[in-house]
Design a protein around this ligand. Structure first.
Ligand code: AHR
Length: 317
């Protein structure tokens, strides 16, 4: 299998084949466009809908939960057949999910989880967010051996499930290794610009020489931080090891250039399995599992990152 075929085949662990349902109208409440990964997810979702002849009503919430709730209410009022939600934060969804349930409109969560009873949505298509953080932590453990390492952490959006779970997972990954210590941890809101600003503040507060590694909850923040590290006269990937999550093209490029060390892949194709599940459910009531888990693959300098970068660019990621 070539790299492109492998990437596409490994995109999801479970992807039920469903019959095409004609004339479906589906509302998609997207968080915004904070990261390269998010933009890729939007692109792939639109492509998947078009491929299946589904009319997709798209609403960009500009990072605000209140905008998402408004959009979902509008989808309900329009009588859509189903709703996709990428929830910006984990809490505060019960009421609007109950409204969708009362209107008998199935809801599928994309890429993030919510703190709400699971009978309020049909299924959630997400990675194992804790596992991703754990893989990052374990990678750093194996990289550092017995050497002391002072780590700085760039967290995702406060209150979002990936920020909460990726932090927990990383702490599990380094647990029991007293030589590894998280000395600073702050949100960079999943954006490149905040990743840079917060990394600058870490470098100022700690002094560049005393920081051994950066763990960023997504690649965009890592890419912003790389800029800050360079501007501080240090070599990212060498003076400061960098591990992050998403495996967007720019992260593969940074690894190929020796400026980043590892990333854990999050497929932007959440819509494929989500629409498979919805089409089957709307066709004959087939119930999907409550969690459709996507794969989390670690990429390091031992992979052919230049080729993967080019491949993913071609796929529109
Ligand atoms: O919910 C997935 C996360 O949201 C991605 O890792 C991050 O890049 C995005 O903004």
């Amino acid at each position: 299998m070539n790299i492109k075929a492998t990437l596409m085949a490994s995109a999801v662990i479970l992807s039920p084949v469903a019959a095409l349902a004609a004339d479906l109208t589906i509302g998609f409440s997207q968080i915004g466009s904070e990261s390269g990964w998010r933009a890729a997810e939007t692109t792939v979702t639109k492509q998947e809908a078009e491929k299946r002849g589904i009319t997709l009503k798209f609403a960009d919430a500009q990072q605000k939960q209140e905008n998402q709730i408004k959009a979902i209410r509008s989808f309900i009022a329009q009588g859509v057949d189903a709703i996709l939600i990428a929830p910006v934060v984990a809490t505060g969804w019960d009421e609007v999910l109950e409204e969708a349930q009362d209107a008998e409109i199935p809801v599928v969560l994309l890429d993030r989880t919510v703190d709400a009873p699971d009978d309020l949505y049909l299924t959630a298509v997400t990675s194992d967010l804790v596992h991703e953080g754990k893989v990052a932590g374990e990678w750093l453990v194996s990289e550092m051996g017995d050497s002391d390492c002072r780590i700085v952490e760039l967290q995702g959006t406060t209150g979002s499930s990936p920020a909460i779970d990726r932090k927990t997972g990383f702490e599990q990954g380094i647990d029991g290794h007293a030589n590894l210590e998280i000395v600073r941890s702050q949100t960079g809101d999943f954006t490149r610009s905040q990743g840079k600003v917060v990394m600058e503040s870490f470098l100022k507060a700690e002094g560049g020489d005393s920081i051994c590694a950066l763990y960023a909850h997504n690649d965009d923040m890592a890419v912003g931080a790389i800029q800050a590290i360079k501007e501080a006269g240090l070599k990212p990937g060498e003076d400061i090891k960098i591990v992050a999550i998403d495996a967007v093209p720019d992260a593969h490029l940074a690894i190929a250039q020796g400026e980043m060390n590892a990333t854990i892949e999050l497929t932007p194709n959440m819509a494929g399995p989500a629409l498979d599940a919805l089409e089957a459910y709307l066709a004959d009531g087939t119930l999907p599992p409550k969690w459709i888990q996507t794969e989390s693959k670690l990429f390091t300098a031992s992979d052919d990152n230049q080729s993967i970068y080019e491949m993913k660019k071609d796929l529109g990621y």
